[in-house]
Design a protein around this ligand. Structure first.
Ligand code: IGP
Length: 267
């Protein structure tokens, strides 16, 4: 199964990372960095449309293979910025998503938009690494973490100045996450075991979430009617990758998708 395979890969990566650098060394580098941009803030009080948007820089995926042939991470991120996306997500996993840490650090230099490091975080070392390469937030996937790990990783991220997007896909994961003080919760419409995507996952889970949380609906979103539906069921923001990556102009694609229902009507 994909998630099990990727966790094995990540354990190897973490072992290598631990050999190449220590936490003390990483802390030194981090101390000299500028403060993070507010990722969660950009999706709440700062958001530009009724529905917040995290646009993803995604070259390939394990289920689809290569998604965009003329992939230039910096040009794509600039185009997203121009279209007024609230935040940008950057895949850094090499093996399954053809991502790279370098993509995130180059994008960091090029735009003033808060960045999510989209990867499979299973160890503290990766959280320091995320901060070093320029992330403003990291993804924590409940399916591969214990509740205690999520709690500890949220605390460490906060100490380093980063926000966390805690991702769930089913009721059991959501229940665990709701015992923590996570304020930014992602509902992944894609089952990471089977890769089947169903937007109704958001509708099914959102009812269990108490008021005051910011809900991001993730994956498989591709039409104005999808945005309308997710608005109607109560999502505060959406995370979209593939739909934009398949369009020649991602700036136009963002405007087309987010314009009709969301542009003018910021509450
Ligand atoms: O390309 P899509 O279907 O718009 O999906 C984007 C994003 O939600 C997806 O990349 C994603 C959501 N959670 C993840 C966890 C790991 C890797 C990738 C993901």
């Amino acid at each position: 199964m994909f998630l099990d395979k990727i966790v094995v890969t990540k354990r190897e990566e973490v072992a290598q990372l631990k050999q190449s650098t220590s936490i003390a060394e990483m802390e030194k580098t981090i101390a000299a960095l500028p403060a993070c941009l507010g990722f969660e803030k950009a999706l709440t009080e700062g958001r530009k449309r009724k529905t917040g948007l995290i646009a993803e820089v995604k070259k390939a995926s394990p289920s689809k293979g290569l998604i965009r042939a003329d992939f230039d991470p910096v040009l794509l991120a600039r185009a997203y910025e121009q279209a007024g996306t609230d935040c940008i997500s950057v895949l850094t996993d090499v093996q399954y998503f053809q991502g790279a840490n370098e993509y995130l650090s180059r994008i960091r230099e090029a735009v003033r938009v808060p960045l999510l490091r989209k990867d499979f975080t299973i160890d503290e070392h990766q959280i320091y690494e995320a901060r070093m390469i320029g992330a403003d937030a990291i993804l924590l996937i409940a399916a591969i973490l214990t509740t205690e790990q999520i709690r500890d990783f949220m605390a460490l991220s906060r100490d380093l100045g980063m926000d966390t997007l805690v991702e769930v896909h089913d009721a059991e994961e959501l229940e665990r996450v709701l015992t923590l003080d996570a304020t930014l919760i992602g509902i992944n419409n894609r089952n990471l075991h089977t890769f089947v995507t169903d937007l109704r996952t958001t509708e099914q889970l959102i009812g269990q979430i108490p008021a005051g949380k910011t809900i991001v609906s993730e994956s498989g979103i591709s039409g104005v009617e999808d945005i309308a539906y997710l608005q109607q069921v109560g999502a505060d923001a959406v995370l979209i990758g593939e739909h934009f990556m398949r369009k020649p102009s991602v700036t136009e694609a963002v405007r087309e998708l987010m314009g009709p229902l969301a542009a003018a009507v910021k509450e």
